[in-house]
Design a protein around this ligand. Structure first.
Ligand SMILES: Nc1ncnc2c1ncn2[C@@H]1O[C@H](COP(=O)(O)OP(=O)(O)OP(=O)(O)O)[C@@H](O)[C@H]1O
Ligand SMILES: [Mg+2]
Length: 238
């Protein structure tokens, strides 16, 4: 299927031999919104890093759009990843932060300007073009990070706790904006969060991880009504 992401039997150990991810199976048809929930250290970020190509699996396969990614370096995957700390460039202004990936791709000046303008509009940043990162609020920085991630039209979007550094009120508002942008773009999105409510709002599927393994994947309704085992039940508090 077009732009489907498939992980089969993916495992990852780190140098000390401890198993961080064990036998991960995952199939995400295009447009899936998957939220990943799990305790700290359960392997959520590692899983995203493997999909992004920033880590290599010890075994198993990662296939996108029918093509194995084993020999595909991160910059050729055209996946967007947004980190908790946003990883913005402090010495660049809003426009240059958003344009960064487009310049890397070798896009022409006029095309870049048009795409940046589109992104500013989509994320509500029009008027902030020349601000530097230090002169923006947390919420504004989050928007810049989202605009920068989406600008190169990634085939897959991965968000690692994108809202966790923001206060509650702002988090709620930005989550709604984020989910609306995600469904407009019909882009497959993996959203990692610690917050159950956030996971259920952002995802049409939710995956629960524990100690490097998938405990259960399902719709929010399935998880709440038919938790697979005692651990999931306790974790979700149902
Ligand atoms: N480069 C590394 N070398 C060795 N161990 C690592 C490395 N990166 C992560 N780990 C370990 O792998 C486990 C999973 O880490 P990971 O960051 O994927 O968890 P997480 O679910 O994202 O946690 P959190 O919710 O706290 O962000 C942790 O025990 C962590 O210490
Ligand atoms: Mg993490």
């Amino acid at each position: 299927m077009e732009n489907e992401l498939v992980l089969e039997q993916v495992s990852k150990k780190f140098d000390d031999g401890s198993l961080i991810l064990e036998n991960i199976h995952l199939r995400l048809p295009r447009g899936t919104k998957l939220s990943i929930l799990g305790p700290s250290g359960s392997g959520k970020t590692t899983l995203l890093r493997l999909i992004a190509g920033l880590e290599t699996p010890d075994s198993g396969t990662i296939v996108f759009n029918g093509v194995s990614l084993a020999a595909c370096p991160p910059y050729k995957r055209n996946f967007g990843m947004m980190f908790q700390d946003f990883a913005l460039f402090p010495h660049l202004n809003v426009v240059d932060n958003i344009a960064y990936g487009l310049k890397m791709k070798g896009m022409g000046k006029a095309q870049i300007a048009a795409r940046v303008k589109e992104m500013l509009l989509m994320t509500g940043l029009t008027g902030f073009e020349h601000r530097h990162m230090d002169d923006l609020s947390g919420g504004e920085r989050q928007r810049v990070a989202l605009a920068r991630t989406l600008a190169p039209q990634p085939r897959l979007l991965m968000l690692d706790e994108p809202l966790s550094s923001l206060d509650r009120v702002l988090r709620k508002r930005l989550l709604l904006e984020l989910t609306s942008i995600m469904s407009t773009l019909n882009i497959t999105t993996i959203f990692v969060t610690h917050d159950h409510e956030e996971a259920f709002t952002a995802g049409n599927r939710v995956m629960i991880m524990n100690q490097g393994r998938i405990e259960q994947t399902g719709t929010p309704m399935e998880l709440v009504h038919t938790p697979k085992n005692q651990w999931v039940k306790a974790f979700l508090g149902v």
